[in-house]
Write a new protein. Sequence first.
Length: 309
Amino acid sequence: MVEDGCEHKGRIPRRFVHKFPSAFSTNEMNSCAESRGVYYDVLLKVAQSGYLPALRALFALRDFDGAAAEAHSYCVDEIGKFVSARQISEAQGSFSSAYRGSVKPSKSSGVRRGKRTDFSQVLAKASACARLVDENTSGSMLVARVPTGQKPFQLKGVEYFAITGEKDGDYLIEDAVGNQGYVAKDFVETVPKPTTESAMLLPLMGLHYLRVVKGTQSEHDSPDTRRLMLSLDLTGQSGAEHARNLERMLDHDDARSLLLKEFSPARVKAVRAMLLQGRAENDKAELIRKYPLIFRGDAPPKSAAKKKS
């Protein structure tokens, strides 16, 4: 007997199931986040690098319950120690002023030195993607063997990273925030190399996209899951899939209300651009008629009236 994060219950033959003993013994924050398709510690790590989509996703998860809400509030407040005030302001600009959380950008906010690595370039030269064999979502491994001039760093459970080389039986790896180091092959499990930027960035950010989609389409969906879906930046070929998933979610009145009330005009504009991506002209016109409040001011031009002879 099984139950998922959307409260669906059923029976699955044991031969189809791979158990993760530690994954369900984590603290309240992790289990709450996992049910929404978020590997929270990975998302937090990437957000602390100043990566804008991860910052937006972190700020979107506002209304956790109980101890999880307290832990999330603390993590968000701590962001100012790692990320510049400009980056915080840009990420929070996606939300309406009434929605924005308690983070108060200050001139003393830390600024990451150097330009953040474009991970698409890292993957282009990588032989494979990988993650740790230990899939404990609340666990991590210290990578102490690093190239000269770099500092040791933590790899989180279920975090994706790139394999960029080999040396003395170890993998040379690089994570989403530009850390490089050596990890023993026995600790690493390779995973299929993503083919699009979207498919690549979501697991690196700590987001299980299909689980997020499932949450937004469930009868027991959470406003947090819908906020997360609306805050995601997706590009490339996967954008069309995201557009279809957004449309299915926006068929619910409460999802449209959430978008219009809690997100900034710039974010609403980004969502409607996503909805129109790759659509035929007739489909675009139909979407504009279907969601008049979202596409306010974007009505298709009326055909010119015929001149009287």
